[in-house]
Design a protein around this ligand. Structure first.
Ligand code: MRU
Length: 342
């Protein structure tokens, strides 16, 4: 099942808010549709947000095709800024938009139609390179997976979170394809249940053995010796290897340290923000209260209660055993390890 595809001036996005019960594609023909889809998590996961934003900018450009070239380029820059404001943490969003704008500025096309065609080509490239990179990440990550490994993951860093194949789940997929007899524990990942709804669904589609647990069960699972390794994705990695990922990742990393379990992060190089020296500089998105006070449309907390709802947390690099990228594996000291893969 495709996370997204481009068809006839329209971006079709699998609405992940409706999974696993319904598979519905949203049709985005206005860039505001794409912005809305990113904000409400119809499309989510750092690389998928980046790819959809790139296509969103093409859609925005299509509606401005009639302008003269200078005004057209200015307008595209404005739209890119608007799209970039949808979610602050995943750096792939900015990365993809910057790459699209660079293509606009370097285009030799003689008219706006030609620039749009270059932009579409670039968006397809971002999409295809992501799938290819994830497969490479899978191959690099294989070296870290023992036969029969029981792997805990958090949130969804799978095909749904990317252009295809997945990052953390890409490594798991590669291990399964190689016949390593792995099995997966998926944290349900409150408040929006990406683990229970999406990771479990993806794994079951491919017959990869998966068991879901609620987030507060991970400690006991490790205490009982039922986890061999942890693999998660990332939304942004600072130059020193600190990792921002779905809220709850930090707790899992602390638990893994306590139980001597390797804690791996799988992410493409586009998720590494070399401009930020440490994780404390990563902007953390805070989302609305009702995601916490409700569950499947049902109130689970008293009306009017105060809520804190950060969508991500930061795991310090000293809790990270290794970072698996599309270019290879980095280990501590990450400042040097990651820079060497650039
Ligand atoms: O809020 P979400 O669902 O967009 O959060 C997604 C995650 O935290 C993923 O783990 C991360 O983006 C990596 S996806 C390959």
């Amino acid at each position: 099942m495709e996370t997204m595809y481009w068809e006839d001036r329209c971006l079709k996005l699998l609405d992940q808010t409706q999974l696993p019960s319904k598979t519905v594609y949203l049709e985005c023909t206005d860039y505001h549709d794409v912005m809305q889809s990113i904000k409400r998590l119809s499309v989510r996961g750092a690389p998928a947000i980046g790819a959809s934003a790139a296509y969103g900018l093409v859609i925005g450009a299509l509606s401005e095709e009639h302008l003269n070239q200078t005004t057209f380029i200015k307008k595209i820059e404005d739209i890119a800024r608007e799209i970039a404001s949808t979610r602050p943490t995943a750096v792939n969003l900015q990365w993809a938009l910057e790459r699209m704008l660079a293509r606009v500025h370097s285009s030799h096309a003689r008219d706006t139609a030609g620039i749009i065609s270059d932009m579409l080509e670039e968006a397809h490239k971002i999409f295809n390179e992501d799938v290819e990179g994830n497969k490479q990440m899978g191959q690099h990550g294989l070296n870290l997976i023992p036969h029969g490994a029981r792997i805990l993951t958090h949130c969804n860093a799978g095909a749904l979170a990317t252009a295809g194949y997945g990052t953390a789940l890409g490594v798991i997929r590669a291990a399964h394809e190689k016949g390593l007899d792995i099995s997966v524990y998926a944290d349900e990942t409150r408040p929006l249940l990406q683990g229970a709804r999406l990771t479990a669904w993806e794994m079951m589609q491919e017959n990869i053995p998966v068991t879901i647990i609620t987030d507060n069960m991970a400690g006991y699972l490790m205490y009982k010796g039922m986890v061999d390794i942890v693999i998660v994705g990332a939304d942004r990695i600072a130059a020193n290897g600190d990792v921002a990922n779905k809220i709850g990742t930090y707790s899992v990393a602390v638990l893994a340290k306590q139980h001597n379990i390797p804690f791996y992060v799988a992410a493409p190089m586009s998720t590494i923000d070399f401009k930020l020296g440490s994780g404390s500089q990563i902007p953390i998105e805070e989302r609305e209260w009702h995601e916490v006070t409700g569950l499947a449309g049902q109130a689970v907390a008293p009306e009017g209660v105060r809520v804190w709802n950060p969508a991500f947390d930061v795991t310090p690099s000293d809790l990270v055993t290794a970072i698996i990228t599309d270019k290879g594996i980095a280990r501590s000291p990450y400042a040097q390890g990651l820079a060497a893969l650039k």
